[in-house]
Design a protein around this ligand. Sequence first.
Ligand code: BES
Ligand code: ZN
Length: 614
Amino acid sequence: MAPIDPHSFTDSTHPVTTHIALSLYLDFPSSTIHATALLSLSTPHTGPLSLDTRSLTIHSVLDPQSQAPIPFSLSSDQDPIRGRHLTLSLSNHSSFLVVYSTSPSSSALQWLSPPQTFNKTLPFVYTQCQSIHARSVFPCQDTPAARVTYTCLLNVPSSLSAVMSARHVTRRSPSESSPSHAPPPPHATWGAEGRAVEEFVMDQPIPTYLFAFAVGELGFREVGPRTRVYAEAAGPVLDEAAREFAGTEEMVQQGERLFGPYDWERFDLLVLPPSFPYGGMENPRMVFLTPTVIKGDASGAQVVAHELAHSWTGNLITNKTNDHFWLNEGFTTYAERRIVEAVQGEDRAALNIGIGWKGLNEEMERFKDNMEFTKLKTNQEGVDPDDVYSQVPYEKGFQFLWRIERQIGRPAFDEFLKKYINTFKFKSIDTETFLDFLKANVPGIEKDIDLELWTEGTGIPPDAYEPVSNIYTKIVSLANEFKLGRMPREDEVADWQGQEWELYLENLPKAVEASQILALDERYRLSESKDYEVKVAFLQLAISAKCRDYYGEVEKTLKSVGRMKYLRPLYTALVQGTGKEEEKILAKRVFAEARDCYHPIAQGVVESIFAKHL
Ligand code: BES
Ligand code: ZN
């Protein structure tokens, strides 16, 4: 037994899965999927084969040709991070069929009841598989070291439609026969009236964390030659989203100019309900987005630029394990800012770098007792990636690449990036592979930059760089003046958008007096901002100052969004530190009332914040 990934039971001596054919019957009343998964291996195998599962009931494993049962065992103990180890006993099999069901607590799936949606009459369900949740939807070798192609049949109520991060083939009645490559129906009611089957194919190999679907009452608008925006058809979201993302094609073209051809054919966007736990998720062909990015300023496009950039860095070249997560997020943050610079200008890009710089410095404080997670290359043995998710891989990774760019100059770095993408596309790599490629292509680089310090050292290296630009410098100095009691004048903030306020608030001292908080809000109404970045940054300060006037707004915010970027700082501000009894009681009550509206991943993260501080 030789694990290849600290977060997976996948064994290095076993063949890898190359293709998965799924049939999923979605049963909304019981929040369960009844399913079959036909897995094909790279070579026929005899002996044990290890798979990852979580919250799955395995009914049987069959030889796909003879239907003969294949012996299997599911570990009785549940590893708190990896889930349950499924071991099959194969006899020269190159494929096998697993018949199984998910459970209502499957961590990738959020089932929304009709009242939790816009239309209020029909349910909704969607997946979030990164980092290690695909195993709660289907049994698999759930490690980004292995890549698979897949087909998927989704059997859904005919009042709903489905989208996937894959090519849509057809929507048909379940009584029409399945294509020959499809596994058999997993459920007796497969052909029942009032159901429809949506068929999808993904023929480019992807890591399992990029598997994704959503099912609900969906509509779409065309916003570009390869881009539709999808969202719940009821309510105003669809039109607002179409307006917000009208500039998407221009960004795709800038991406192609910088990083080479866009390889995924379509670049569609799906705006999810407010409980979506991330800002965006780079599911190939169909990026998933929180509705909180729709606010009519530059920042929505920034999130799209980030997820688009993953089409090259992350989805084409993938981190081999989560220990090398910076290869995904650091490169993508760098690429995102190049796209932002091209479409929104240098000042906007510098502002984003500045917000990131502040975020990176704050993470050093968060991890001061656990410096392992201030490294680029980490050791995540025994660690849940959701618990140590931070800005470090994004912003320290960005800083590292920006440092290399400064050393060799932009034209040479651009050429290097294109070559890197071309060399490793559709591969999963680690930090060493990147460093070897860097040294081979930029001879002598290790003499100018301490590559080991950057990738293996803790903290922020001395040659990291705070950005300089007019607006960035102005905002930081205004924030410093606030410490001396001067509030910015109306004319100084007249043209500020959300990101300017965000940077300003994040640079204020953490210990501001309640009276100062009230005065600032009286003038600029930040607590009522429709921009959650601004509102949450302000509410965090209000909680630190124990300014009770805002606790009602804090509660409202925690009950209206499930994006972890907002839940994490607000719950942490409420429960950390001493002498905060009232705040702790508030946090516990609000979580008890809001819990059901959060995605299971977000529920877990809030629970671990409580476990640490309560
Ligand atoms: N891939 C991430 C989201 C993610 C990371 C999900 C780790 C699960 C585990 C995505 O690309 C991302 O970074 N989203 C950011 C967007 C931002 C940096 C513009 C987010 O959600 O805040
Ligand atoms: Zn990302």
